[in-house]
Design a protein around this ligand. Sequence first.
Ligand SMILES: [Zn+2]
Length: 117
Amino acid sequence: MVTSRTGTAMWKNLRSAVLRDAQRDGVTACPSCHRPLFFGQRRRGEYRPDHAEVDHIVPRELGGRDVRENLRVLCADCNKRRRGRERRVPTLNGRPALRVSRQWGPGTIPSPPSRGS
Ligand SMILES: [Zn+2]
């Protein structure tokens, strides 16, 4: 099974192919917010909200794969917004609101079924 993450050569190739195809297909604006996209190179460390980025339609966290059918071009701003929403964990007073509750105290954990010998 092939697993790939951002930073691999495969992903870079895929990413540039998606951007190339978008330009070939005449995509000039973000499909989400319709701002004109910038397909050029950014300077090192520069953040451009209109920079064309490749977005996973189904996020990796939800099982989305690094395949062309699951990728599209979005502006950096929309891409960031999507990621922020999907990765945010509800917090309560600065701590994660979702906690594993331990309902079973010591002594209440059921013993594993004994294996008959
Ligand atoms: Zn956008």
